[in-house]
Design a protein around this ligand. Structure first.
Ligand SMILES: [Zn+2]
Length: 418
């Protein structure tokens, strides 16, 4: 009985994995074909704003990254299959269960899986940063900084991750059949705490934040903030240029600890009116409560997933179907987090669609409270600086893109300013 259910689940998982791979490959090939087919002409709408060379650079950058994504997909699949059907997780379980028990066993098992994944990822992130980003002129990182970041991230992961993992495994073992509810409450509390301490304690470990001291720009931004009724604990410039030439601006924190952070790379490139428009867009996200909505949605989804895990953890076919003959809290956690993305992949377009709707709302807000034309200029510059393609494949974009294609955003902004 358990074996029939297990083989059925194996089959369902294999089919879902096959479907995900087929979709990802199909979308990637569409994207490459579409971008390359439009490589030699700047779209009419951008003809007087974007040079052909910049357009071609964006096409090549996008093609190289998409192709590299296919290699990553192959590696990811191989790792997943090795852990499950290949018996990798079973072997790790046997290794640790002979040496440790209880919470120690669980922590050791999860840390070894994390360590193995990080080691496998390492050559690929090195290649991304020092070959792909370098080739297109975006890399500003030295190998020394890369290693330093890695050491800091690992230390931070251990310091924060160990107690969290211990707490989760303890709750799973001690709280009976409703453990998932306790883990969920703990998880939400932990995430809110991280959101709260991130700007002041964690981000400064990786970057320097200096108060914005450009007086005319500051005055301009403060006027915008007053117009929009927005209170902040400060405007900061972050030294993003020490890692990458890509530019950005964002908010962090909550309530009174809210900070606005500009990448130095963004300020170096945009005119004051354009910075104002980009910030107005970010304020739009805030005023439309996009951040709160997103957090609420993630919390609701994680409750659903934890409840599901609560059921799966107790049935033998879940483990057996994924190539593990033992059962337990740590094993269930690992299998669940390996396997769930395969099934949730199909919902990617829903999340991307929601995100794109939020982008349009934020653009509309910016058009009302700042200048739509300045935002268009800023967007064109940012697309160019990030070598983001102006001609994505429509299906690929519909599926993945968190931001609407440039052409669509700009034509809506142009319509709102005229
Ligand atoms: Zn946005």
């Amino acid at each position: 009985m358990a074996n029939t259910a297990a083989s059925t689940f194996s089959l369902v998982f294999a089919l879902a994995l096959g479907l995900m791979i087929a979709l990802r490959v199909w979308l990637a090939l569409r994207q490459i074909r579409h971008v390359q087919a439009h490589r030699n002409t700047v779209p009419q709408q951008f003809a007087d704003r974007v040079e052909l060379a910049a357009h071609q650079k964006a096409a090549d950058y996008s093609t190289v990254r998409t192709r590299f994504g296919l290699i990553l997909l192959a590696v990811e699949t191989l790792v997943l299959l090795t852990y499950t059907f290949g018996g990798g997780l079973q072997a790790l379980h046997e290794f640790w269960t002979a040496r440790l028990d209880g919470l120690y066993y669980g922590v050791a098992l999860i840390f070894s899986v994390t360590l193995i994944s990080s080691l496998i990822d390492l050559p690929f992130s090195l290649y991304t940063q020092f070959v792909i980003e370098e080739r297109f002129g975006f890399n500003r990182m030295t190998l020394k900084l890369f290693c330093l970041d890695l050491i800091k991230q690992t230390a931070l992961g251990l310091v924060i991750g160990t107690p969290v993992l211990l707490a989760v495994l303890w709750l799973m073992a001690q709280m009976g059949s409703l453990w998932w509810l306790y883990v969920w409450l703990f998880w939400c509390g932990f995430n809110l705490l991280i959101l709260f301490v991130y700007p002041t304690w964690i981000a400064p470990l990786f970057n320097k934040f200096t108060p914005l001291d450009d007086a005319p720009l500051k005055a301009r931004i403060e006027a915008l903030l007053a117009r929009c009724g927005f209170a902040t604990s400060g405007l900061f410039v972050m030294d993003g240029s020490k890692r990458s030439a890509h530019g950005n601006a964002y908010f962090t924190g909550f309530g009174k600890t809210k900070r606005i952070v500009f990448f130095d790379t963004l300020l170096g490139r945009l005119q004051p009116a354009e910075v104002e428009a980009v910030l107005a867009h970010e304020l739009g996200h805030f005023k439309h409560r996009h951040v709160i909505k997103r957090i609420a949605m993630i919390f609701a989804l994680s409750l659903g997933f934890l409840a599901l895990l609560g059921q799966l953890m107790t049935v033998a076919w879940f483990y057996l179907g994924l190539g593990v003959s033992a059962q337990g809290t740590a094993l269930a956690l690992i299998l669940f987090f390996q396997v769930v993305p395969v099934f949730t992949f199909l919902f990617t377009p829903l999340m991307s669609g929601l995100s794109r709707r939020h982008e349009f709302e934020a653009d509309r807000y910016a058009a009302v409270h700042a200048s739509a034309e300045a935002l268009v200029q800023a967007l064109v510059k940012l697309y160019e600086d990030n070598a983001a393609t102006l001609t994505p494949d429509p299906v690929h974009s519909l599926f993945y893109d968190s931001h609407p294609p440039a052409a669509l955003r700009i034509s809506r902004l142009a319509a709102s300013s005229s």
